[in-house]
Ligand binder design. Structure first.
Ligand SMILES: *Cc1c(COP(=O)(O)O)cnc(C)c1O
Length: 388
């Protein structure tokens, strides 16, 4: 068999401006990065608090390697659950105000594992249509009846919940939507879910660190406890600046995941030094609220400036500030023109976002300065034609 078919498909993808390619990052994350040998200003990472290259975290990673070595060596259930992992789980449980937390190696695995440990073909799963791919994939794999409701639309969810007689009803949503930056209406989603006897699962990959006085994310922002959000997922590769993820919840939830989450059971534990470094990261996330204040200042400056230039922004109070462009080819053109000006911003295209809603996904970090934002606005004015 030849790969001609694959080559044809790839060529079609290229022609449709949907081809994805990897860039070579030659520096740490930060406001200025080096990509394919070129230095520029970056607005495209999820390192929202500027911790990925923080000296205290680097030192903690080194200390962790000295204490625990490099590899996890085995899965958690065999002999890979180190005291570094355990301490981090306890610290995350305390910080989120939940009885227990469980570490996973990635957010993708946390979502796949948690959903599949909780539901099967006797059940129903309800997902916001803009949920992250890992949540959608987890729901599809579970074999549960799969329904998408309109984006952040409580009535749409309520109607679907009313029509099911499934054993379990799991409602799943991003806390902060990764490509739009808006915040899920968790108080209302929680109310209708509880009314229907379901469970609400919130993946707050982009809210943790950014929202709430102590960076506790959407649930802290809205003041929601374990009764309102019984399954809470956070990732550590974004605002925390390290890697991995966690699920926080009740004793029964966490024990169920340990028994049944296949992406927890059948994989090597994350390097314990990463867990060790994340303990330091958690302190910075919690205590250095100036990073959140700084972000809010930068976000306000950007929104005001970009609106004044006529760009179409989305309803986002978070560091994810997409500029809606429309056609994939135009999003790519502006992204390339910005790069020629020394500014890196990713063009997000279908299938990551719906057709016709290609966008520049601008993200801010506490390590940006106001001057960086002004440089971005200046370049946008020169190269980015606003939507008519
Ligand atoms: C990034 C992301 C994930 C995946 O987390 P990783 O640790 O990068 O695998 C899951 N959910 C959402 C909403 C995300 O944005």
């Amino acid at each position: 068999m030849s790969f001609d078919q694959l080559e044809t498909e790839l060529a079609e993808r290229r022609a449709a401006h949907l081809y994805r390619r990897r860039r070579l990052l030659e520096s740490p994350q930060g406001p200025e990065i080096v990509v394919d040998g070129v230095r520029g200003l970056a607005f495209c990472s999820n390192d929202y608090l500027g911790l990925a290259n923080h000296p205290a975290l680097k030192q903690a990673l080194i200390d962790g390697a000295e204490r625990f070595g490099v590899g996890g060596g085995a899965s958690h259930l065999v002999m890979g659950h180190s005291s570094a992992h355990h301490q981090l789980e306890e610290a995350l449980a305390e910080w989120t105000g939940r009885p227990r937390a469980l570490l996973f190696s990635t957010g993708y695995m946390a979502n796949m594992g948690a959903i599949n440990a909780l539901i099967d073909k006797r059940d129903a799963v309800f997902q916001d249509r803009l949920n992250h791919a890992s949540l959608l994939d987890g729901g599809l794999l579970s074999g549960a009846r799969f329904q998408r409701y309109l984006h952040n639309d409580v009535t749409s969810l309520e109607q679907r919940l009313a029509r099911t007689d499934a054993r379990r009803k799991l409602v799943v949503t991003d806390g902060v939507f990764s490509m739009d930056g808006d915040i899920a209406d968790l108080p209302a989603l929680s109310a209708v879910t509880r009314q229907a006897g379901g469970w609400l699962m919130v993946d707050d990959a982009h809210g943790f660190g950014c929202l709430g006085p102590q960076g506790g994310g959407c649930v802290e922002h809205f003041g929601l406890g374990i009764d309102e959000v019984p399954v809470l997922v956070g990732t550590l590769g974004k605002a925390f600046g390290t890697a991995g993820a966690f699920v926080a919840g009740s004793e029964a939830l966490i024990e169920t995941l340990i028994q049944h989450a296949r992406s927890y059971i059948y994989t090597t534990s994350m390097p314990p030094a990463v867990a060790w470094a994340t303990l330091s990261s958690l302190k910075l996330v919690r205590d250095e609220s100036w990073r959140r204040d700084k972000l809010n200042t930068l976000i306000a400056l950007f929104r005001q400036g970009a609106s004044a230039l006529g760009f179409e922004l989305m309803d986002s109070p978070t560091p994810i500030q997409p500029i809606l462009i429309g056609e994939a080819s135009e999003a790519l053109r502006i992204s390339q023109a910005l790069e020629d000006e020394g500014i890196f911003i990713g063009a997000i295209r279908p299938p990551t976002v719906p057709a016709g809603s290609s966008r520049l996904r601008v993200t801010f970090s506490a390590s940006h300065s106001e001057e960086h934002v002004l440089r971005l606005l200046d370049a946008l004015e020169r190269v980015g034609r606003p939507r008519a």
